[in-house]
Design a protein around this ligand. Structure first.
Ligand code: UT7
Length: 352
């Protein structure tokens, strides 16, 4: 009889070295950020903080916040449209629109709205929630449909508006986050051209309380003895130090596993593309693998932590300014609430 442990071990190594019917290729990117820009100094007019503290502890200088004339759905649409244009696709050839967000402006999901705006009339569209790991989880999820032959083209969007769920008087969290959206267009290819080389995704709900937006327990009388719960959520609740420790411990461990299973050494990576939470986390992960700073993509000084949007916004910026070139090998990791974390190794095959 095969031991449970050995089945488990084989399964996990398969996830990184999987054989698929088809490959997947990343061919387009786009991003959209809100117009309102708030600097650390401007925030200091509201909470007791200062530019020096925020820059030193996080690397963040300013963030973008959605104002009254904009919406998260609109940012998603703009980002997806730009990705579609870069991929040079007709909208009606898209089979799937997947939006990774924890802060939709409609609780039933915003992906169908984006699908309609794009004119992607043949696409199925739905949302996926995995907080700051959302984009990475969505990239892997949508790739499965392409790799097994069910779909040919997908648009994946990572977007969040954490500003709506912030306690703007809590200096330990409000300085960290911003709003934004990023998108990637992926296409099925021959399995020999597969660009999603390996991945691992992880969850640990037992540690979920260190970063959450829980429902508030508030009830109203319904009829007779019956009550119902009002749909209302609290602000972001975060134990910053625990989240920091989780990220600098778990991300390198998982990255090491994926690199090992794929037979790829850290020095052959062209780019390290981590969730943009804190420059100190980016530096700590890079140092563990002796990856030089020049290969660590970072733009969090301009946007802060935009949750599910950080990875696709950063990818799009580096593609459009010519840093990322076609064929480049990228190690990416998302991590955050859930707790959730994941690593994906992929090559960029789009514009360069
Ligand atoms: O997607 C994942 C989302 N979450 C994260 O990425 C959070 C990860 N954690 C972190 O990035 C860091 O833990 C923080 C940036 C949140 C905090 O940095 P830290 O080095 O862990 O600071 P700390 O919490 O230990 O606080 C140090 C001091 C405290 O004062 P005392 O008790 O030493 O007098 C805080 O009250 O800094 C104070 N402090 C601030 N001071 C000025 C906390 N926030 C601020 C602030 N401005 N904004």
């Amino acid at each position: 009889m095969v031991a449970e442990d050995s089945i488990q071990a084989n399964f996990f190594s398969l996830t990184a070295n999987f054989k698929t019917l088809f490959g997947v290729s990343l061919v387009g990117s786009g991003s959209a950020i809100p117009a309102q820009k708030i600097t650390n100094d401007q925030l200091a007019a509201r909470v007791e903080t200062n530019d020096e503290w925020v820059k030193t502890r996080t690397g963040i200088r300013e963030r973008r916040i959605i104002g009254p004339d904009d919406s998260l759905s609109n940012l998603c649409f703009q980002a997806a449209k730009a990705a579609l244009e870069m991929a040079d696709w007709e909208a009606n050839t898209v089979d799937m629109v997947l939006v990774a967000t924890s802060t939709p402006d409609d609780l039933f999901g915003i992906a169908p709205k984006i699908q309609a705006q794009l004119g992607a009339i043949n696409a199925v569209a739905f949302d996926l929630t995995a907080a700051c790991s959302g984009f990475l989880f969505a990239l892997v999820t949508s790739s499965q449909y392409l790799q097994n032959g069910a779909f040919r083209r997908a648009i994946i969007i990572g977007a969040d508006q954490l500003s709506s769920w912030m306690n703007w008087d809590d200096r330990s969290s409000c300085v960290l986050f911003g709003d934004g959206a990023g998108a990637v267009a992926i296409e099925a290819t021959g399995s020999d051209q597969n660009a999603l080389i390996g991945f691992k995704l992880k969850s640990d709900g037992a540690r979920g309380e260190c970063l959450s937006v829980p429902q508030e327990k508030d009830y109203v009388n319904l009829v007779g003895p019956f009550k119902n719960q009002i749909g209302r959520f609290s602000n972001i609740q975060m134990n910053g130090q625990e989240v920091y420790k989780f990220a600098v411990r778990e991300v390198p461990l998982l990255l090491k596993d994926v690199l090992r299973d794929c037979g790829i050494s850290a020095d052959s990576l062209d780019w390290l593309l981590l969730h943009q939470a804190n420059q100190r986390i980016l530096n700590a992960v890079a140092d563990r693998f002796s990856i030089p700073k020049s290969k660590v993509l970072s733009n969090l000084e301009n946007y802060g932590n935009t949750s599910a949007a950080t990875i696709p916004i950063m990818l799009d910026e580096a593609v459009r300014d010519g840093r990322i070139k076609s064929g480049d090998l990228i190690a990416s990791s998302g991590f955050g609430a859930g707790l959730s974390w994941g690593v994906a190794l992929f090559r960029w095959h789009g514009k360069s």
